[in-house]
Design a binder for this molecule. Structure first.
Ligand code: HEM
Ligand SMILES: *[C@@H]1O[C@H](CO)[C@@H](O)[C@H](O)[C@H]1NC(C)=O
Ligand SMILES: *[C@@H]1O[C@H](CO)[C@@H](O)[C@H](O)[C@H]1NC(C)=O
Length: 497
């Protein structure tokens, strides 16, 4: 850690000198303002340590809407989920893309999309997200099934039925990373699997560890070694290399074709765009898969119900799971796995900590209820922090407890959840909201379902005794699914049926 302290200090010093800009006082009609005693940095350190607890304590003191100075930005938190719809539907005056347009290029190393240099690109990129949904999702899901089978067969299914040990996160990462990679980017010319996958995966983990600092806009040259790792990751997607891959998804193919239309986009810039999608497609999915698996494995009664559901869906389709043949679940079968879906949603509720951000495009008055509105200044950030809703005991009884069937009632999906006696429009938001909702969410749900189905059909699993319960590492708070603080040792063996 020591190697970070000097660069961080210099970074903060530079920021401090800028801080003269941040002497704001509360005006009439504005929410309570919380600044902290460190100019510029404001409450950043406290927020980073425990965002959920930090926000809960301010909510107690200042009510459900307040503004906090965090790392040079005035962020207004809307803490009451009954007020979420007023923020989510505000399209014109509140913009999400302004923020991501600044931060994503710096983080992943491509030139800003909306700089004026690339007319039309932003709209095309948004359009390309349709290729992750609808009937294109069928093709992706089918391809994912084949690739999961491939990785399972070659790496985990041979070797008989004796007990073996593994680290759970490591296991989820190696299977999901490679199968997702093959599904999105395709396979190399003459074999089924890419070389260098392990290194690529490990480099992505190293990059991901720096992700919170990059998102906080610490320049990459302060983060020792990170630039070199990112360059290596980006180079993996050099257009020359990618052009020899086959079975590439329509989504990636369309994006590659789009980038070809811009002469001022260099090969390395194109590669950096593809690299950003790699991060988006596994950065949250792998930890989400881990928590979904972890909670099932430590709740054998839940696991038994979910396993029986998978068997029964296969049985209804006239297929007994034959463990000697490849298993194939269609999208239609995946849709019927209600208990599995509820268990995944429950683990997302417990593990997601993303922050939904909107930037005010002008000074205006944001209406929050019939009789209530707050004044917002141009450039201010309006933020929802759904983890506070996910952990609200009024909405979810015993919110810290995993209940795999929390989202099921009378054999159907349960969608009514209440706060202050009013039914909530939004009660679970791991994928963001409104126009900036994650475009990969359907694919993500399907691939996690596929992974868990194969896992439960093929293996008996248990946590190796003598380990303490797995806790969450808070360092990604605000950015997505939290990582586990430590890995978990498991024993597994092939089931014989
Ligand atoms: C469990 C897994 C996942 C979670 C929890 C997740 C969550 C999110 C969240 C919270 C956002 C930001 C939305 C906002 O700010 O309102 C996002 C954006 C995005 N996600 Fe996901 N995601 C997951 C999986 C995926 C997958 C598998 C893909 C691609 C195949 C993907 C592609 C993207 C892209 C491209 C964006 C940026 C969209 C834009 O720029 O408008 N995600 N995701
Ligand atoms: C590649 O795609 C073709 C046709 O789209 C398909 O028949 C084949 O099974 C795919 N191969 C792999 C390894 O996924
Ligand atoms: C699980 O979450 C997904 C995505 O938010 C949703 O579409 C689905 O209906 C949910 N299913 C259950 C059973 O909660």
């Amino acid at each position: 850690m020591l190697e970070f302290i000097l660069p961080l200090f210099l970074g903060f010093l530079a920021l401090y000198l800028l801080s003269m800009r941040f002497r704001r006082t509360r005006r009439d009609g504005e929410p309570p303002l919380i600044k902290g005693w460190i100019p510029f940095l404001g409450k950043a350190l406290e927020f980073a340590k425990n965002a959920h607890g930090f926000l809960a304590s301010y909510k107690k003191k200042h009510g459900d809407v307040f503004t906090v100075l965090i790392a040079g930005k005035y962020i207004t938190f809307i803490m009451n989920p009954l007020l979420y719809p007023y923020v989510i539907k505000h399209g014109k005056q509140l913009d999400f893309h302004e923020f991501s347009d600044q931060v994503a290029p710096m983080t992943f190393g491509y030139p800003p999309v909306r700089s004026g240099k690339f007319p039309g690109m932003c709209e095309h990129i948004q359009k390309s997200f349709r290729l992750l949904q609808g009937e294109n999702l069928d093709r992706l899901t089918e391809s994912m099934m084949g690739n999961l089978m491939l990785v399972f067969q070659q790496d985990y299914l041979s070797g008989g039925s004796q007990w073996r040990t593994e680290s759970m996160y490591q296991f989820c990462n190696s299977v999901m990373f490679e199968a997702t990679f093959l599904t999105m980017y395709g396979k190399p010319a003459h074999t089924n699997r890419h070389s260098g996958m392990v290194t690529l995966r490990e480099d992505l983990v190293k990059f991901d560890n720096m992700f919170p600092l990059l998102i906080a806009r610490i320049p990459i040259f302060f983060l020792r070694g990170t630039k070199a790792i990112r360059d290596k990751l980006i180079n993996y997607f050099h257009p020359k290399k990618m052009s020899s891959w086959s079975n590439t998804s329509g989504f990636i193919k369309e994006r590659a074709a789009l980038f070809e239309q811009y002469d001022c986009l260099g090969d390395i810039d194109k590669a950096a765009h593809h690299f950003a999608i790699l991060w988006a497609s596994v950065g949250n999915t792998v930890p989400a898969t881990f928590w979904a698996m972890y909670y099932l494995v430590i709740h054998p009664e839940a696991l038994a119900v979910v396993r029986e559901e998978i068997h029964s869906v296969l049985r209804v389709s006239g297929i007994e799971a034959d463990l000697n043949k490849d298993i194939f679940l269609t999208r239609e079968q995946l849709d019927r796995l209600l208990y599995l879906e509820s268990s995944i949603n429950e683990s997302l509720r417990l593990s997601s900590a993303s922050m939904n951000i909107r930037v005010a495009q002008e000074d205006f008055s944001l209406r929050l209820e019939r009789e209530r509105s707050i004044k917002v200044r141009k450039g201010d950030i309006i933020s929802l922090y759904p983890q506070s809703m996910h952990m609200d005991p009024e909405i979810y009884e015993n919110p810290e407890v995993y209940k795999f069937d929390r989202y099921i009632e009378d054999g159907k999906e349960k969608t009514d959840f209440y706060k202050d006696g009013q039914r909530l429009k939004y009660y679970r938001m791991p994928f963001g909201s409104g126009s900036t909702k994650c475009p990969g969410r359907y694919f993500a749900m399907n691939e996690i379902k596929q992974f868990l189905s194969l896992l439960l059909l093929y293996f008996d699993m248990e946590v190796v005794e003598g380990q303490t319960a797995c806790t969450q590492d808070p360092s990604r708070a605000g950015l997505g699914i939290l990582l586990p603080a430590t890995d978990v040792k498991i024993r597994y063996r092939l089931r014989r049926e």
